[in-house]
Design a protein around this ligand. Structure first.
Ligand code: MG
Length: 388
């Protein structure tokens, strides 16, 4: 059914022939669209491979079955592609944004990000969204002619989900929308909401798997409970992992369906003539219904209280904080302890920007670490019994 409709891009979608282009001009790819090229560059990047060993909520060593940043990014892409396709948006651009959206995350999830942000307070702060952009614009070293991956404007626009006004002013074209209070493309809006849908559901799943919460606890969440009741009505003897998976699968299906239906209506009502009209709309057109939005917020609250603040998670985040903070302090004092390429970056940025430049080079080095690399580096620097 409607196979042709799937392939037809809406006129307000991002069309690669109307892209605002790349920072460095390049020849058109022979067999791919511009956004396919972006997606492929992201998949081949070093930053992407590092996501495999970066924490989402549970530190990598805790078990092999928990989400990492990599599997999280793949789940976000899967959810977002479904939605993009259903709304006749550019699926490939959506996928590229999703795969790149967490490239700038530090080791140890949000604990690492908070710690690094505190360390960087006097030097311009640390925002992981901005760092994702910095990776694709500056830090990847793969091409002869430019730093970074030289992605299209539309992919970079989607990667920069949030940004302070102060930083927006320094960013040129991709920063402008934060100053003008405009929206990003619909593809970026889909990626943004799909991110929340993915982590809400998989953090609940991982929380159950880790035993931080029980099935009884999860039933306190109304969205979980509603699906739980309908699964039990149909399959009264179902239990264990299969029961949890069946409930969460239905939760995702319900929220995705709501998002497609609600957004379709909002788009029809606003009737944007082009992607620029989407950008100028006073609010995002990709939305959840009011009822679903409320449930979504309740689930977030439940996770914050019962999973993210569980003492076992807090013990882990406490350690993460210490590792990041002590590495930062030490490398700031003694940049010569960093590997040569990071020392060189520190010297170069110190010359350009003073101490804030040196701090940025240290933050780049730490943010790029995987969980296990950060732990190992901490031992090499501070444990006299370890080889340096
Ligand atoms: Mg994410």
């Amino acid at each position: 059914m409607k196979l042709n409709a799937y392939m037809q891009l809406a006129h307000y979608a991002a069309h690669d022939e109307h892209s605002r282009g790349r920072r460095y001009q390049e020849n058109k790819p022979a067999y791919r669209s511009e956004f396919q090229r972006d997606r492929d560059r992201i998949v081949h990047s070093t930053g992407f491979r590092r996501l495999m060993y970066k924490t989402q909520v549970f530190v990598n060593q805790e078990g092999d079955l928990y989400r990492t940043r990599l599997t999280h990014s793949l789940e976000v892409a899967q959810i977002a592609r479904t939605i993009a396709r259903a709304l006749n948006l550019n699926e490939t651009l959506t996928e590229a944004i999703c795969l790149a959206h967490d490239l700038g995350h530090t080791p140890f999830g949000h604990a690492g990000q908070d710690a690094l942000n505190e360390c960087m307070r006097e030097y311009g702060g640390f925002e992981h969204n901005l760092q994702s952009l910095r990776i694709v614009d500056e830090l990847e070293e793969r091409y002869a002619e430019f730093n970074g991956l030289n992605l299209s404007f539309e992919t970079r626009e989607g990667i920069l989900k949030h940004c302070s006004l102060k930083n927006a002013r320094l960013l040129g074209d991709v920063g402008e929308r934060f100053i003008k209070r405009e929206q990003p493309s619909l593809e970026a809006q889909v990626a943004n909401l799909a991110d929340e849908i993915a982590y809400n559901n998989h953090d609940l799943d991982d929380g159950l798997r880790a035993g931080l919460i029980s099935l009884e606890d999860a039933k306190e969440s109304p969205v979980f409970n509603a699906q739980y009741i309908s699964v039990m009505q149909k399959y009264p003897t179902l239990s264990g992992r299969r029961l949890v998976s069946e409930v969460i699968r239905r939760m995702i299906d319900q929220v995705v369906t709501d998002m497609v239906d609600t957004s379709r209506q909002a788009i029809a009502q606003a009737a944007p003539e082009s992607i620029d009209a989407v950008r100028q709309a006073d609010k995002p057109l990709i939305q959840l219904s009011a009822e679903m939005q409320e449930q979504h917020i309740a689930l977030k609250r439940f996770l914050r209280e019962r999973v993210y603040r569980h003492y076992r998670v807090l013990r882990m985040t406490n350690k993460a904080h210490q590792v990041v903070e002590s590495l930062f302090t030490k490398f700031m004092q003694a940049p010569e302890l960093m590997p040569p390429e990071h020392q060189q970056a520190a010297t170069r940025l110190q010359q350009e920007l003073g101490d804030a430049g040196r701090a940025r080079a240290v933050a780049d080095y730490i943010a790029g670490m995987t969980d296990r690399y950060a732990v190992l580096e901490h031992e090499r620097i501070f444990d006299p019994a370890k080889r340096s």
